[in-house]
Design a protein around this ligand. Structure first.
Ligand SMILES: Cc1cc2nc3c(=O)[nH]c(=O)nc-3n(C[C@H](O)[C@H](O)[C@H](O)COP(=O)(O)OP(=O)(O)OC[C@H]3O[C@@H](n4cnc5c(N)ncnc54)[C@H](O)[C@@H]3O)c2cc1C
Length: 393
């Protein structure tokens, strides 16, 4: 049977759900989300750490975060559902003058972008905030108290639920197999549930975005890269209200697990393993535990001494990397009606509110009024106007 929709969104993760929500809020409700899995959230969204921060280095990332974090504070009012926002903060810990200078410079840029609550903190203050952290080599750090955590699946479900109440349809177990282009414009989709007529398609397919774009003969530089998380139960209970803590000497970072993760939330340990190579690898590699434990032992020995592994909560998922670690947002060059919301490079959860609103504006108004997103245009890779985000975790 031939179905029609004003907008079809490929991918039912947090980004697709946010786009659907924002379209529906604007009165555009003949929208269909297509998700190939049996349920939403089985892509990267369900694997994410749940960190949200505005402490970035580029104006566009700072602005995307500022809008999104503010949105998380009023998520329940906007969607009728809670999102688990906890403003526990992000604490960057510097162990060299160069790192401290970097934090000072990025703080100045953050202030210029209106993010005025980033504090520079000394080693004593860091030790006070994070009991057990080794600070003998610490030069200082930066802390932003409105950074913190949200629950990615709650956000995705909240966006989806409100969008559905407004009339948006969600089809699971429906894979997009082809994108029809006629006269340089999207005309429809081929799916495992038949053909769908539409003139507007949103590529919200996460780490699989390049494959999806290729269905319309569009090339975008989005590569899947595995990221792994280790969950441990420390022998000594953690202090309450710990922030996300980032050891800038090697990228090791950790957060207290969300309270609803189980009866005894532990700690999530993470580290961007530079031996990782692009590919669709979503299996958790047990040898990663040793690597992350080594870094944890150096910075917070009490986290791992006598700790037990929560093996069922260790996981691996995919970052969707672009060459400049920034998202690709905009209408595809050469194919009218194909909109890209891709390549978040590990920040798609925290940037989902701004992304959804911007996509709705691009689709309905032809331009984004929330923010100038020209820096994120898909054309930048061909014209060489790449961005530079140095604060990637
Ligand atoms: C370990 C880990 C930790 C992370 N931590 C954070 C964090 O702290 N903060 C943060 O902001 N981000 C984090 N991220 C990144 C974040 O998870 C992603 O940026 C975000 O989930 C992307 O959302 P999405 O909706 O674009 O993609 P996804 O959630 O992957 O959704 C895409 C969906 O598209 C579907 N799909 C693909 N192709 C097709 C097709 N042809 N037809 C139909 N459906 C299709 C997939 O099945 C999938 O469900 C983390 C990621 C990982 C792996």
């Amino acid at each position: 049977m031939n179905q029609t929709a004003d907008v079809v969104i490929i991918g039912g993760g947090i980004v697709g759900a946010s786009v659907a929500f924002h379209l529906a809020e604007r009165g555009c409700t003949n929208v269909l989300i297509l998700e190939r899995e049996a349920e939403q959230g089985l892509g990267s969204t369900g694997k994410a750490t749940g960190g949200v921060r505005a402490q970035f280095a580029t104006p566009i990332n700072i602005q995307m975060s500022r809008y999104s974090i503010d949105f998380f504070t009023r998520f329940e009012e906007a969607t009728g559902h809670e999102c688990g926002y906890e403003p526990a903060g992000y604490l960057f810990v510097a162990t060299s003058e160069a790192q401290l200078d970097y934090l000072k410079q990025t703080r100045a840029r953050q202030m210029a972008e209106g993010l005025t609550n980033v504090e520079l903190v000394g080693a004593d203050e860091i030790a006070r905030r994070v009991p057990g952290l080794r600070t003998d080599d610490v030069m200082g750090g930066s802390f932003c108290g409105t950074d913190g955590f949200i629950a990615p699946l709650k956000v995705m479900r909240g966006f989806t639920a409100r969008a559905r109440e407004r009339g948006v349809r969600v089809w699971t177990e429906t894979e997009v197999k082809g994108i029809e282009v006629k006269g340089g414009r999207v005309a429809g989709l081929q799916t495992t549930r038949g053909r769908i007529s539409t003139r507007v398609v949103v590529n919200a397919s996460g780490a699989w975005a390049a494959e999806t774009a290729r269905l319309a003969s569009v090339e975008i530089p989005v590569a899947p890269l595995r990221r792994q998380l280790v969950s441990v139960q420390p022998a000594v209970p953690l202090a309450e209200g710990l922030p996300m803590v980032i050891d800038m000497s090697n990228g090791f970072h950790f957060r207290p697990e969300a309270r609803d993760v189980g009866t005894t939330p532990g700690v999530l340990l993470a580290w961007p393993d530079d031996a990782e190579t692009p590919g669709f690898k979503t299996d958790f590699d047990p040898s990663f535990t040793k690597k992350v434990f080594e870094r944890a032992r150096k910075r917070v020995p009490s986290l791992v001494a006598g700790a037990t592994l929560n093996a069922n909560r260790c996981r691996a998922g995919l970052y969707e990397m672009t060459p400049d670690h920034h998202a690709i947002i905009g209408e595809s060059p050469g194919v009218g009606g194909l909109f890209l919301a891709n390549g978040f490079s590990g920040h798609g959860v925290m940037h989902s509110p701004a992304t959804g609103r911007i996509l709705a504006e691009l689709i309905l108004d032809g331009r984004a009024s929330l923010l100038d997103v020209s820096a994120l245009s898909p054309e930048r890779f061909a014209t060489g106007q790449l961005l530079s985000e140095t604060s990637v975790l």
